[in-house]
Design a protein around this ligand. Structure first.
Ligand SMILES: *[C@@H]1O[C@H](CO)[C@@H](O)[C@H](O)[C@H]1NC(C)=O
Ligand SMILES: *[C@@H]1O[C@H](CO)[C@@H](O)[C@H](O)[C@H]1NC(C)=O
Length: 357
């Protein structure tokens, strides 16, 4: 009889063994994934107030705005969002903000009740630098979209140098090092197609540009390039969710939410852009991002300057792989010294390569 072959006592013993194994597994998993106790007092980063401990930043900035430090990395702590919104919430949140009525002129000052959000509880320096690009007739207009067959022959210096002098070349260097062969990508904010052409030259096969202006792309490039308005992109986000191998944004999202271009005042306009990009990238997809780097500052309303404090929030959910300048084809280490090389309100513009986690 079966009962005899497997007597009661023995099966209880097996249950006990399995119970022990499960307990052990739980202990191991907890040990493996629990965050070690960080002594954040020991780590300091530079702000306009001087050197601040990561403990202070964690308490006064990150926790207030929904983040926490998970690794005390230099010169930018690694943080994560405590409760990350879903992509649906991210795109509908963006639409809600973009549909707010706008003043005739970009606001001269930040509304008092939003200051702490813009300045991250004063860990960002505020200075005046007012620009009105909403009502300007001589504002920048799209150029060269009908001249792609010429641009594709340009040397990298001319491509990268189109809009930002030598610094634009950092995009080319980053793409040359992280080739885009056969990949499909999205470009956020683009007056001239120098980023798109840099991507094509470095192997990309398909590029979608998200831009507020309607772009007239030269006919023979329409098999590889297309454009869409931000509102249409946001409305159709599900079509693009997790589809792109790479994304590029150079000198664009530092303006988001400052009103300079007639856009709505939004303290986290730039972070919304990062979250949207993350939604449309495939897991492991690359983001080539360039914006002003320095000590955290807001010369309102021209742009934001990103230092140790806000960079951490921008990069949440990404892994920082490399940093490129316009001077070298090789990546370099963005040390604290390089990041803070310029005086307050001064900045450098490199291309940082991030990987979506
Ligand atoms: C930031 O600084 C301003 C001006 O010095 C002050 O009025 C305000 O209370 C400070 N805000 C915070 C959150 O510390
Ligand atoms: C197209 O690019 C060439 C240089 O490669 C330049 O000479 C020409 O003026 C450009 N055409 C337009 C319409 O911008």
């Amino acid at each position: 009889m079966k009962n005899r072959a497997h007597p009661q006592g023995q099966s209880q013993f097996y249950f006990f063994l399995i119970f022990l194994a499960v307990c052990l597994l739980i202990v191991v998993i907890n040990f493996r994934f629990s965050e070690p106790d960080l002594n954040l007092q020991e780590y300091k980063v530079k702000t306009h107030k001087g050197f601040i401990t990561m403990e202070e930043l964690n308490e006064n900035v990150y926790k207030t705005f929904g983040y926490k430090i998970i690794r005390p990395t230099y010169p930018v702590p690694t943080v994560k969002m405590v409760a990350e919104p879903t992509c649906s919430e991210i795109f509908s949140g963006w639409r809600e903000v973009s549909e707010q009525p706008q003043p005739t002129f970009p606001p001269q000052e930040i509304p008092e009740d939003r200051l702490h959000e813009f300045l991250l509880n004063n860990y960002t320096a505020l200075g005046p630098y007012y620009v009105n690009d909403k009502n300007a007739d001589d504002g920048e207009k799209p150029r060269n979209w009908d001249n792609l067959s010429e641009m594709i022959k340009w040397p990298k210096e001319k491509l990268g140098g189109q809009a930002y002098g030598n610094e634009g070349l950092s995009v080319y260097h980053a793409m040359q090092s992280h080739r885009l062969d056969g990949m499909s990508g999205v470009v956020i904010g683009s007056m001239q197609p120098w980023v798109e052409v840099s991507a094509l030259v470095n192997g990309a096969s398909k590029i979608l540009t998200v831009e507020y202006f309607k772009l007239e792309i030269q006919e023979e490039f329409r098999d590889r390039m297309s454009s869409i308005l931000p509102i249409d992109f946001a409305s159709n986000w599900e079509r693009y969710a997790s589809t792109f191998d790479f994304a590029v944004s150079f000198s664009s999202i530092e303006h988001s939410g400052l009103g300079r271009y007639g856009d709505p005042i939004d303290p986290i306009g730039d972070i919304r852009e990062m979250l949207k990009i993350k939604c449309v990238l495939k897991p492991g997809g690359l983001l080539f991002i360039g914006f002003p780097l320095g000590t955290d500052a807001l010369p309102y309303n021209a742009h934001r300057i990103y230092g140790s404090v806000r960079l951490a929030m921008m990069f949440a959910g990404f892994e920082w792989i490399d940093t490129f300048t316009g001077e070298s084809e090789q990546p370099l280490d963005l040390t604290s010294e390089r990041l803070h090389a310029k005086p307050l309100f001064g900045f450098i513009q490199n291309t940082i390569v991030l990987r979506k986690l």
